[in-house]
Design a binder for this molecule. Structure first.
Ligand code: PLP
Length: 400
């Protein structure tokens, strides 16, 4: 009898975490690796948030809390949804978990049975399909090509939906492409969803605050109020507030689902860290001026990478509306030979070549379900980004 469950055998370890670990190992061996594989801001958590955590420790807020969030944090989350998104969730409609990742996993585990389908548009965040499989469901993966901005269109959505569809997962701005849906685009998708009353929408708005060129964020339950009762709006503090290590994510949704997610959490991890919850209250109720400053820096970095890639023969790159990723195509380099004679047959080979010959860590498009692309994060210091682009350019020029 095998020790590991058949369920687990269908799941891949997170490729982004694996590449980041390899890069760290190479660094330990003395190599000067520039890591562009990790999805986290290089900025520090703002001081007022850290201060709130320290105060919480000093006040003795170091014990178990309510399973799916303290009343203070649930109130702050509800106020955030009202203020920033025009969504009216009361406390019974709010769930707080250990990162957005746990909240999404809870929702899928609480709702999926064998045979249930979840539409996961590709390119997707690496964890969605595996989470669906772990929860016992089946991911249905329509391809959203660069020609449609890496976004789902009403026609692609309609073709992907079936009588077995339980969820559609949306992610805007997107990891890995940075593509964001406009309110009009969401309205078009909502029209289709109104024809499928059994389908729920999980919208992952984790990168809401990271946006460029004046792009306007919109979320589907606000764009189409008739979908409010069947939408789970997921968000968190990890990316916007540079709080990846604090592990706080949250969602607003129908009370029945929120209650089921709490039951699941009560039998797995119980509450997220009490100290992190206090910090998240400060994040959600505190000043937001640092966001504009940081976004301006991110935008400069995005533009410097876009400019550098536009000069590299064989690469091309769409301009992202938000998040801190670029998803360049390496189609023009497939079939070329490395200096050691090995052929670049796909994006995984290309990323492997970048790591071994350019000392730059990126993530291959195959991990996100659309090839041949690769993802880099531009949440890295400007000097390092310049150096990374120069190394990538030299490596590409060395291909025959
Ligand atoms: N959703 C997306 C699209 C992400 O990129 C990430 C993190 O990389 C998450 C959710 C998870 O965020 P958290 O760190 O809050 O678990």
């Amino acid at each position: 009898m095998s020790l590991l469950s058949s369920k687990l055998k269908a799941v891949r370890p997170s490729p982004t975490i694996a590449i980041t670990r390899t890069a760290a190992e190479l660094r330990r061996q003395g190599k000067d690796i520039i890591g562009l594989s990790q999805g986290e801001p290089d900025f520090d958590t703002p001081d007022h948030i850290k201060a709130a955590a320290k105060a919480a420790i000093d006040k003795g807020a170091t014990k178990y809390t309510d399973v799916d969030g303290t009343p203070e944090l649930k109130a702050a989350v509800a106020a955030k949804f009202r203020r920033e998104n025009g969504l009216n969730y009361d406390a019974s409609m709010v769930s707080v978990g250990t990162g957005g990742k746990q909240v999404i996993y809870n929702a899928l585990c609480a709702t999926l049975d064998a045979g249930d389908e979840v539409v996961v548009p590709a390119p997707y965040w690496v964890s969605y399909p595996d989470m669906v499989r772990l929860a016992g469901g089946t991911p249905v993966i329509p391809l959203c090509l660069e020609a449609s901005g890496f976004k789902l269109t009403p026609a692609i959505l309609r073709a992907a939906l079936s009588q077995r569809t339980k969820w559609l997962i949306l992610n805007s701005p997107s990891n890995p492409t940075g593509a964001g849906y406009s309110a009009a685009e969401l309205k078009g998708l909502a029209e289709v969803l109104l024809d499928f009353p059994a389908v729920h929408v999980l919208t992952d708005d984790m990168y809401e605050h990271l946006r460029y060129d004046g792009w306007q964020f919109a979320t589907i339950a606000a764009v189409e109020p008739r979908l409010f009762s069947r939408t789970l709006t997921v968000n968190g503090v990890s990316k916007s507030y540079a709080m990846t290590g604090w592990r706080i994510g949250f969602a607003g949704g129908p009370s029945e689902l929120i209650k089921a997610m709490a039951t699941l959490q009560s039998q797995s991890t119980t509450n997220p860290s009490s100290v992190s919850q206090a910090a998240a209250v400060a994040a959600l109720t505190g000043p937001l001026d640092f966001l504009a400053e940081r976004n301006a820096v991110f935008q400069t970095r995005r533009d410097l990478c876009l400019e550098a890639f536009s000069r590299i023969e064989g690469l091309s790159c769409a301009t992202p509306e938000g998040a801190f990723y670029l998803y360049p195509s390496c189609a023009g380099l497939i079939g070329r030979k490395r200096p050691d004679g090995r052929v670049i047959a796909n994006d995984a080979d290309f990323v492997d070549y970048l790591l071994s010959d350019a000392n730059v860590a990126a993530v291959p498009g195959v991990a996100f379900g659309l090839e041949p692309y690769f993802r880099i994060s531009f949440a890295t210091g400007t000097d390092r980004l310049h150096a990374a682009c120069a190394r990538i350019a030299a490596a590409c020029a060395a291909l025959k």
